[in-house]
Design a protein. Structure first.
Length: 173
């Protein structure tokens, strides 16, 4: 199993895409599981620990949408080790954005700094990709800041590469 660096998302995104393929996860006692509502305060704190931002509203809305559709299209997975949550990943199946058929999107992934380089982000990413595969999805995408070399390196280590889109933006002042 590959080793990886862990990551955090920042602003100005850059798109990445990869074809999904099967991999056998290496758990080494780590439990990757679906998040439950009682995990929310822990995820808010972990997100704040890594990003320096408190995003209670984001997490409240994320958990509100979680499981609201059958089959599930939004996923929040956590990495739990000896009863402690050390990481999470948030993803969703989106359809027909930019004229593209349904694909999986990774919106957020975080791992506690003190447990990075222990393959946790890779295991979270692989578990999310497995959820997407079971739903019939064949591609996964994400956005990241083009100068966030840590994030870019992680996703490239997972087999992702530049996708078919260019992100554009403008200020609305």
């Amino acid at each position: 199993m590959r080793s990886s660096t862990e990551l955090s998302f920042q602003r100005e995104p850059h798109i990445a895409v990869m074809k999904l393929r099967s991999r056998v996860p290496d758990t080494d006692g780590l439990l990757i599981r679906d998040a439950v509502r009682s995990d929310s305060p822990i995820l808010v704190a972990l997100d704040q620990e890594v990003t320096g931002l408190v995003k209670r509203k984001y997490w409240r809305e994320s958990f509100a949408r979680l499981g609201s559709r059958r089959p599930p299209r939004r996923f929040i997975l956590v990495a739990e080790n000896q009863g402690h949550i050390d990481g999470f990943i948030v993803g969703e199946i989106r359809a027909w954005e930019f004229g593209e058929p349904p694909c999986g999107w990774v919106f957020a992934i975080q791992v506690r700094p003190k447990v990075r380089l222990q393959n946790i982000a890779t295991q979270l990413f692989e578990a999310l990709c497995d959820r997407f595969r079971r739903a019939g999805i064949t591609k996964v995408r994400t956005l990241m800041a083009r100068d966030n070399h840590l994030v870019l390196s992680f996703f490239r280590s997972q087999g992702m590469m530049a996708g078919p889109f260019i992100e554009l933006e403008m200020a609305l002042d």
